[in-house]
Design a protein. Structure first.
Lengths: 131, 478
């Protein structure tokens, strides 16, 4: 699950999930929902395997979300994805939809107070996005 | 954390250095007393406290009266680090490197323009690339794009987008030093080359306004300003190019910070010694993004002038002049007097404007002082100030950069819909054009602090003096 949290200038979401993959999945869905992009437009579908290797899970999450923001800036909206994380390597099979005139208000995922914690069988973190 | 706040005088507040062993200097902020609870509750003061713990910070960690919660450093923050012993931090600059604002004047008067305004705003909205992602006013070769990154406004002068005289009206003449582009990623180049000459989204805007009040007749005359004069504000930055550079270096600094044994209160403050290899690589890459942003604003201005010129036949021949262009997200190498000693400092301004008094300037503004541009929100006023000598003593030659946010975006949207806001503003005679009506509410005037109160604080502290106030006629929102 994810929920929006108050942030004066930017955008914040709190995420928790019972698995690391679930945390990444919910963070992605949360971010995409916050963009308010109308993805009913356009019809061209593109698939892509995205592989990201990083040095910790926080950086892996930031890298992944920034990759999706980059795609949005290239008018590609992430419709669906299969997520796999193995030893600080993320392998996602992604379906993008090409949308001609995307208006994306999110500019970047930030490290602000980012700390993925695992307690009581739940993975949790708070993400702040630069607007 | 319960942070003690001492009130030094009416508008100066301080967290004393002895509050925590982690603090290298006191944390100071300038604010209207009515804002204190808000600043504590939204975490601004905590973020300022964190900045005061960074290595090599000098005198105090500072925040201006438009401060609010950011990521890493607070927005409205100013922090100066010794260039030998101190650090440079992308979190102290922000993702939108050299996000900044420029004010241009015209020879048109409000009453001459008003009936053409809907047409002008629609035409500008159609002519300017708006929104996130690709869209640019010019196409560049790789070589040309690299010239923009290294030469900044000098490139624009060579290409005829601005005269050498007007170049004097840009902070640092629109060129910051770039030794090489070796650490600028291919992705940054790709993003930048397709976005040069574009407004972007969020709080970026073009505003057609008019001067509704002159505070200093003497300075206004020196700057050729008069009441009811039509003016143009442009607020944007380095677009995806700057974002990519910031993202690349914030990631790299996550490891580099550890390499240099720097302990951080939170990861958003990642930093490295300024003179380290990584520090210099970020500094020069950041400067290339600053040069991009100076050129970006110039290209937009050039386009706006061309569009307005179409209306010259209906109104009168247009004279369009740049008054000033300032960065408000940047880290700069500057010399300041600290305890009677000249020191080279890396001054971070994140949501803060440079404000150098006349003694610090050469050329056009040496007899006046630097213009400080303080835009308000879509429905309120904006201010043109002139920096005063006290800015050097109190704020490392810095001032506020706007009204500062008061409400979160979600709260702003709860209070008013974009459509209703558009109607409300139009009832006040302010025309709004935007690609995203739903996002409009995020920038509602109620989402911002009282701009008059913010300006009153910097005036009372003698950091800057008001010269003129403008009000909006039409806004193209990014």
């Amino acid at each position: 699950m994810f929920k929006e949290i108050e942030h004066t200038a930017d955008l914040g979401i709190y995420i928790e999930s019972c698995s690391l993959e679930g945390l990444f999945y919910d963070a992605t869905i949360g971010m995409l929902q916050m963009t308010n992009i109308d993805f009913s437009k356009g019809n061209e579908l593109i698939t892509e395997n995205i592989k990201i290797i990083s040095f910790d899970y926080e950086t892996l999450l930031i890298d992944w979300l920034n990759e999706i923001i980059y795609k949005l800036n290239n008018h590609l909206y992430l419709l669906n994805f299969k997520i796999k994380i193995d030893n600080l390597t993320l392998m996602n099979y992604c379906w993008f939809k090409k949308i001609p005139d995307i208006f994306c208000n999110i500019k970047s995922a930030t490290y602000n107070n980012l700390n993925i914690i695992s307690e009581n069988r739940l993975y949790k973190c708070t993400l702040i996005f630069d607007m | 954390m319960n942070i003690p706040i001492a009130q030094v005088n009416d508008y100066i507040f301080e967290i004393p250095k002895d509050f925590s062993k982690k603090m290298k200097v006191p944390a100071r902020f300038y604010a209207h007393p009515s804002q204190i609870n808000l600043l504590i509750n939204d975490g601004t003061i905590n973020q300022l406290f964190n900045v005061a713990t960074l290595p090599g910070i000098v005198k105090f960690a500072l925040a201006m009266p438009d401060m609010h919660q950011g990521y890493g450093f607070p927005i409205g923050g100013v922090a100066a680090f010794d260039y030998k012993d101190g650090v440079i931090s992308p979190g102290g600059v922000g993702y939108d490197i050299n996000c900044g604002i420029r004010l241009s004047t015209t020879n048109w008067k409000t009453e001459e323009v008003k009936r053409f305004l809907p047409e002008i705003i629609t035409k500008l909205h159609n002519d300017i690339p708006i929104g996130a992602g690709k869209g640019s006013l010019i196409k560049t070769t790789k070589n040309e794009f690299e010239r923009i990154l290294t030469e900044g406004i000098n490139w624009a002068v060579d290409e005829g987008y601005i005269s050498k005289i007007e170049q004097e009206h840009i902070e640092d003449r629109g060129q910051l030093p770039v030794e090489n582009l070796s650490k600028v990623s291919e992705r940054a180049i790709e993003r930048g080359s397709t976005e040069i000459g574009s407004l972007g989204s969020g709080n970026h805007f073009v505003e057609i306004g008019y001067i509704d009040k002159i505070y200093s007749v003497r300075i206004a005359e020196q700057l050729n300003l008069f009441e009811n004069q039509v003016v143009v504000w442009v607020h944007t930055g380095s677009r995806g190019f700057g974002h990519q550079i910031c993202a690349d270096f914030v990631k790299e600094f996550q490891l580099a910070t550890k390499k240099y044994g720097i302990e951080l209160p939170e990861r958003g403050l990642a930093c490295v010694p300024f003179l380290s290899k990584e520090g210099q690589e970020y500094y020069h890459s950041m400067n290339s993004a600053a040069n991009f942003a100076f050129v970006n604003r110039q290209l937009l201005s050039h386009k706006i002038e061309k569009t307005l010129n179409i209306f010259s036949k209906k109104i009168k021949p247009l004279k369009f002049n740049l008054l000033y262009d300032v960065a408000h997200n940047i880290a700069k190498l500057e010399t300041h007097i600290i305890e009677n000693r000249k020191r080279k400092l890396v001054v971070h301004r994140k949501g803060a404007t440079r404000a150098f008094p006349s003694t610090m300037l050469q050329g056009r503004f040496a007899s006046i002082g630097q213009p400080v541009l303080v835009p308000g929100s879509m429905g309120t006023a904006s201010y043109l100030l002139i920096a005063k000598p006290q800015a050097m003593e109190l704020a490392f030659g810095s001032c506020c950069h706007g009204a500062g946010r008061l409400l979160s975006r979600s709260q702003a949207k709860k209070n008013i819909s974009g459509a209703n806001l558009k109607k409300t503003l139009e009832n006040k005679g302010i025309i709004i054009e935007t690609k995203s009506i739903s996002e409009l509410a995020e920038e509602s005037p109620d989402a911002y602090k009282d701009i008059h109160q913010v300006v009153n604080v910097v005036e009372a502290l003698d950091i800057a003096q008001p010269v003129a106030r403008t009000r909006p006629l039409g806004v193209i929102k990014g």
